[in-house]
Design a protein around this ligand. Structure first.
Ligand code: RIB
Length: 338
């Protein structure tokens, strides 16, 4: 049975209000001896304040709900870790919900966090392949009276605070790098093109080609998922299109291409140049180190936490739509076209 504040008071021989003053560090004159007695009782009874009761009094739970589409992906793992560290510095706890990109699960977590009266929600996916699902999530969000900030997979939801990276520029930088190396048949290995992040990267790819008077070939776009499996499946398909380079829409896809190249006895970059997106933790460790377009995860987390804290303090704050720039990291997986 969970100890209550009354149990602690009884064990220490003081009133419940004295216990409350002490555990909440209220500026009231209490003797050192009484403080020690109370803290000893707290320890012995393993007392923890009931956060629901505290919330009813303070109207805050000091907790943020963070909803991620794929916590197994190092990009999201690093982003959520950065957000947690920064919020913990403000004595705010984070509860994470992983949705596997499923809109129904996203709505379940929105309801769970709302029912638990979190002080805010950080939503890393409000963009789904099925536009109806996106609309259902938006409808639910409008019914929830809790500050919500969007990050990364932001639908075109202008009336919410959002933090994202310029996804079209990601595609443009990756493609331009390969074009500068003389590649003209550049394959794309992507997740669903119905996701904004992927369609925007593909738009950047097309823009870079057109700038050099090259006509994008739709046969060079392979769509599956933002996963290692996509890279494994994409390689034979794109090799059949005589590509000399592949733009993988994230590093996990690039890892799949690396893996499958072994089965085709292809060397990277000698036989095939590969560029990724995200600059996740293994990308400069694998052989050859992966050329990739990095997303500024620490900066994303800074803006998300700042926006969340502002929204919690001033609910009707002027919404910001922060758009950050990606950074090209040239390593050893790309080389001059032969
Ligand atoms: O690797 C996961 C990808 O999905 C990242 O590029 C990020 O932008 C997310 O949307």
């Amino acid at each position: 049975m969970r100890a209550t504040i009354k149990d602690v008071a009884k064990a220490a021989g003081v009133s419940p209000s004295t216990v409350s003053f002490i555990i909440n560090n209220k500026p009231v004159p209490i003797s050192k001896d009484t403080r020690e007695k109370v803290m000893r009782a707290v320890e012995e009874l393993h007392y923890r304040p009931n956060q629901l009761a505290v919330g009813l009094v303070t109207n805050t739970t000091n907790t943020i709900g963070l909803i991620l589409p794929d916590s197994t992906n190092p990009f999201f793992a690093t982003l959520s870790n950065q957000i947690e560290i920064k919020l913990r510095q403000k004595n705010i706890n984070v509860i994470i919900g992983n949705t596997s990109g499923n809109a129904k699960i996203t709505r379940e977590y929105l309801r769970i966090f709302s029912d638990r009266c979190v002080d805010g929600i950080i939503l890393a996916q409000l963009d789904f392949e099925d536009e109806e699902e996106t609309a259902k999530c938006q409808k639910l969000i409008h019914s929830i009276d809790i500050p919500i900030i969007y990050v990364d997979r932001v639908a075109d939801e202008r009336n919410h605070y959002s933090v994202e990276v310029d996804q079209k520029l990601i595609g443009y930088l990756a493609t331009n790098h390969l074009l500068d190396l003389g590649h003209t048949r550049i394959g794309c290995a992507s997740g669903s093109i119905n996701l904004n992040v992927n369609s925007s990267r593909y738009e950047g790819y097309r823009t870079a080609l057109k700038e050099r008077k090259l006509t994008p070939d739709p046969n060079l776009l392979f769509c599956d998922s933002l996963s290692i499996e996509c890279g494994i499946k994409a390689l034979p398909d794109l090799l059949g299109q005589n590509v000399t380079a592949i733009f993988a829409f994230n590093d996990m896809i690039a890892y799949g291409i690396y893996k499958e190249c072994r089965n085709y006895n292809l060397s990277i970059p000698g036989d095939l140049s590969v560029i990724g997106v995200d600059n996740i933790v293994l990308s400069d460790i694998i052989q050859p180190p992966l050329t990739t377009v990095a997303q500024p995860v620490t900066q994303i987390a800074d803006y998300v936490v700042k926006g969340m804290l502002d929204l919690m303090k001033i609910p009707n704050i002027e919404f910001e739509h922060v758009k950050l720039n990606p950074i090209l990291k040239v390593r050893a997986s790309t080389m001059q076209a032969v």
